[in-house]
Design a protein around this ligand. Structure first.
Ligand code: PGA
Length: 266
């Protein structure tokens, strides 16, 4: 049986509302067909403003829509923040939390990210938890230590609340790989993901960990990752903004020679 991947498109703050809707109008039918045909789960994460229209466009399809962040608070006087409840109420199914850009630019720490995770679970949203080391930490051999410090607060929070969660999506995103074209070798990714899986099995044994890789995933680099048995899916930034590039990745995950309009003859 073919492996089914989970593909998350993180559109960050690249497009304004009009550009996002135009992309969706131009490509939604093709994306739906690609999702159906390949059996991959596609999760699109546009800006907050585009969530509702995106959900309407894809409401009769298997394409899922996720937010890129949420507040760690439930509700109240938190000007400018968006709650998990709000995200759930427009019909999202997923939400990215702990992205390195938020950790670095917005000063988010792992305890805040653990709170966000609980807020999402309370509203039956699937968190996509990001973790990864900087280039210096990588060179100093601190990758495992850093990942442990980032992931443990989330796992402990889930365990202490006995949250009803069956699967947890964790994306390993080495910061030095994001947007740089540099990618770790397969052995490194495999041992990091094995380490994350072990942590999950130890702390939250009732949860199935779905392990993603993110960082310079493109139509060129994808081939390397597909031979890695530990990778369950991908978190894709830049390459998800170009339809041809994104669809080539999706088709590659179907283990076929990329070909947008036909797919393999069975
Ligand atoms: P990239 O970004 O694919 O552009 O490297 C990945 C991410 O930041 O999630």
């Amino acid at each position: 049986m073919k492996k089914k991947y989970t593909i998350v498109a993180n559109w960050k703050m690249y497009w304004d509302f009009g550009q996002t809707i135009q992309f969706l109008k131009d490509n939604s039918e093709k994306l739906i067909t690609l999702g159906d045909k390949t059996g991959n789960t596609i999760i699109l994460c546009p800006s907050f403003l585009s969530l509702h229209p995106a959900i309407q466009i894809f409401q009769k399809s298997l394409i899922k829509i996720g937010a890129q962040d949420c507040s760690s608070y439930q509700k109240g006087a938190f000007t400018g923040q968006i709650s998990a409840q709000d995200i759930a109420s427009v019909g999202c199914s997923h939400c990215i939390i702990g992205h390195s850009e938020r950790r670095a630019l917005c000063g988010e720490n792992s305890e805040t990210i653990a709170k966000k995770c609980l807020a999402l679970l309370e509203h039956k949203l699937q968190p996509i938890i990001c973790a990864g080391e900087t280039s210096d930490e990588h060179k100093e051999g601190k990758t495992y230590e850093i990942l442990q410090a980032q992931i443990m607060p989330v796992l402990s929070a889930i365990r202490s609340r006995k949250s009803v969660v069956k699967t947890l999506m964790i994306a390993y995103e080495p910061i030095w790989s994001i947007g740089t074209g540099l990618v770790p070798d397969n052995d490194h990714i495999e041992s990091v993901l094995t380490h994350i899986k072990r942590l999950c099995d130890e702390i939250v044994p009732h949860v199935t960990a779905l392990l993603l890789y993110g960082g310079s995933v493109s139509s060129k680099t994808i081939v390397q990752f597909l031979s890695n048995p530990r990778i369950d899916g991908f978190l894709i930034g830049g390459s998800s903004l170009d339809f041809i590039e994104f669809s080539t990745i999706l088709l590659s995950c179907w283990h076929v020679i990329p070909q947008i309009d036909g797919g393999p003859k069975k």
